[in-house]
Design a protein around this ligand. Structure first.
Ligand SMILES: NC(=O)c1ccc[n+]([C@@H]2O[C@H](COP(=O)([O-])OP(=O)(O)OC[C@H]3O[C@@H](n4cnc5c(N)ncnc54)[C@H](O)[C@@H]3O)[C@@H](O)[C@H]2O)c1
Length: 350
């Protein structure tokens, strides 16, 4: 009998975005072999360089071939148009990238002998919800945007592919916060803290009453890793909300945490969009109980706020970076379209 242990190979799509580099770092630290697969829409302006030396495939997920998945044991699928405003740019493309390409990737993975498929879904599928109670995974879905709809459609279709030989798990992260070489500022807590740090004001584009659960970038990465490491009986065909105990906050509470991170900064409720319609309170009971041996979140808002400020100081983060591309994903895509780098299907022109 051979005593050689084969290292598990994990292919991560979307590894060059916001969450990807942090997840890759954590997987490498655990000794996994990692392959990256990304079109690279936001790559090239990283705030710092990582030591993540991995095989990188630069390719659109819509163009994936079975041979790209040779020797891969697990796929973690992060790639996609990752925000509501970006998803509204062209609903047909959102459907193509977030839904159709996801299903194509999963089918190819299954026929290539991949054993597990971990999907980065979203809580946006809950849309406008009754905030009198916390929504569990089976709560009614009310997707109000193409982004939210395609995440929900993909989850349902993926669920049908789950089998003893191909374990499929969907994670629905709260809105993520925390440093990354490819920081996003179009997500709520990063935006509030960046606004406080770079301008001294915290701009809140609502009346502050909507509920927004949030989770740290390392904790969300831990959840994806739990999807690889927990036994099939716990995760096969399952969906999990990803968050922390008491992880539901109003936008006002998030803004006040940003204010604590930057003493002296001022809250400004611009209210320019009126009360934001998206609001939901989410239950994290399932992940915190079923996956308790695999998912152990470590971060809260105040620790996260302090970490973001230390990070902004280290990289000399500026207001232009906070308000512009690539931190605002829609701005980067519009820039690439204007400069004719991407064609109207969001494929690179050669
Ligand atoms: N960040 C959050 O708060 C959050 C919350 C819930 C769910 N998610 C989901 O997690 C995933 C990762 O999020 P993120 O914040 O890192 O997003 P991101 O936008 O920073 O990264 C997405 C990556 O996918 C790549 N990509 C996009 N379309 C592609 C295509 N057609 N082919 C190949 N690569 C493509 C981009 O180049 C980018 O590197 C996304 O699916 C997102 O919807 C994120």
């Amino acid at each position: 009998m051979s005593n050689v242990v084969r290292i598990m190979t994990i292919l991560i799509t979307g590894n060059r975005g916001y969450i990807g580099p942090i997840l890759v770092e954590m997987l490498l630290a655990k000794g996994y072999e990692v392959v990256g697969y990304d079109a690279g829409y936001y790559a090239g302006n990283e705030l710092y360089t990582t030591k993540n030396e991995i095989k990188q495939i630069t390719k659109d997920v819509r163009e994936i071939k079975e041979e790209d998945l040779n020797g891969v044991d697990v796929v973690i699928h992060l790639a996609g148009l990752s925000t509501d405003p970006l998803g509204e740019l062209d609903e047909r493309l959102t459907e193509e990238i977030n839904f159709r390409a996801t299903i194509k990737l999963a089918r190819l993975a299954r026929s290539a002998g991949v054993k597990r498929f971990v999907y980065a879904s979203s809580q946006s599928m809950y849309g406008v919800a009754d905030t009198d109670y916390e929504l569990d995974e089976d709560a009614p879905k009310n997707p109000v945007t193409a982004y939210a709809r395609t995440k929900w459609e993909a989850e349902q279709e993926l669920g049908k592919l789950d089998s003893d030989d191909f374990t499929v798990t969907s994670f629905r992260p709260s809105t993520v916060f925390g440093p990354s070489p490819n920081l996003r500022c179009d997500i709520v807590f990063n935006s509030l803290v960046a606004s406080a740090y770079t301008t001294g004001n915290i701009e809140i584009k609502s009346d502050g009453t909507p509920w927004r659960p949030v989770v740290h970038i390392k904790d969300v990465s831990r959840a994806f890793i739990a999807g690889i490491e927990a036994p099939r009986e716990l995760v096969g065909g399952q969906s999990f909300n990803v968050g922390i105990p008491n992880g539901n906050y109003t936008v006002r509470e998030l803004a006040e945490a940003a204010q604590r991170a930057v003493p002296g900064s001022k809250l400004k409720f611009t209210g320019e969009h009126g009360p934001d319609s998206r609001t939901y309170r989410v239950s994290f009971k399932k992940i915190l109980s079923v996956l308790k041996d695999y998912y152990k979140p470590e971060w809260d808002l105040d620790k996260g706020g302090e970490e973001l400020i230390a990070f902004f100081k280290r990289v000399n983060f500026t207001e232009a970076q906070f308000r512009g591309r690539p931190a605002i994903r829609l701005e980067q895509i519009k820039y690439l379209l204007r400069g004719k780098k991407l064609d109207e299907n969001l494929l690179w022109r050669t």
